[in-house]
Ligand binder design. Sequence first.
Ligand SMILES: Nc1ncnc2c1ncn2[C@@H]1O[C@H](COP(=O)(O)OP(=O)(O)OP(=O)(O)O)[C@@H](O)[C@H]1O
Length: 239
Amino acid sequence: MADTVLHLQGVKKDIGGQPIIHSLDMQVDRGQVLALCGGNGAGKSTILRMIVGILQPTHGTIEVNGLSWKESRKAYAEQIGYMPDDYLFGQGLSAEETLAFWASLRKVSPSRVHETLTLVGLADVKNKPVTSFSKGMRQRLLFAQALLAKPPLLVMDEPTNGLDPYWMDSFVDLVRYAKQEGHAVIFSTHQLQVAEAAADHVVFLKEGRIVEEGTTASFIQAYGSYGLQAVFAKLFGFR
Ligand SMILES: Nc1ncnc2c1ncn2[C@@H]1O[C@H](COP(=O)(O)OP(=O)(O)OP(=O)(O)O)[C@@H](O)[C@H]1O
């Protein structure tokens, strides 16, 4: 258990009296990348929002590095870098100003702002307004803010949604970098090729339950060379 960063035990979530997530157990270790896959409405965002503390589970426990949101909110939040599925950037602010603002909130040094901008490949355009950025550049900036304070856990909701293959590939490279640096990473995606390229462990959700999980290699062994696509077709085809 020493390397476990994220641990969910018996997590359930009801919304408006309806069960949305049913008794979920999940764990992500240091240097491990977990992808949450599933059709629309499977419960991916709900799980990620519970992990970051935006929503609270109805039952069960969520711990990050042994801390729970209920007992120590500030210390818990400091363990996590979050990339939401949608973010409205401030009008007129440059990439550097945007990141510097986030850095000031988290008491991160200006040199780290520069280092992170370079890491995500935005150093050359740091003075340009974020509103002029492409979707791919904005996603890189959001990744930079998640990584700014070097949190043990990165949580990303649909990080490659709407990205073309070039930006998708470069995003996979950033996730691999985060893994090498020892971050634990959990992200949701509809793009199975991203899960295949970036994740060590893939979890398929359906109606708030884990219905399949494993490594890409284990899915290929069980389902043939189409791997994750074959699992998805089996679980979600002909609905
Ligand atoms: N605030 C809410 N009120 C009522 N139902 C909700 C609420 N939030 C989520 N749900 C329901 O919970 C279920 C799971 O939603 P969630 O957004 O977690 O799924 P998802 O897997 O992220 O879907 P998508 O891939 O479409 O983003 C859906 O049936 C959704 O309608």
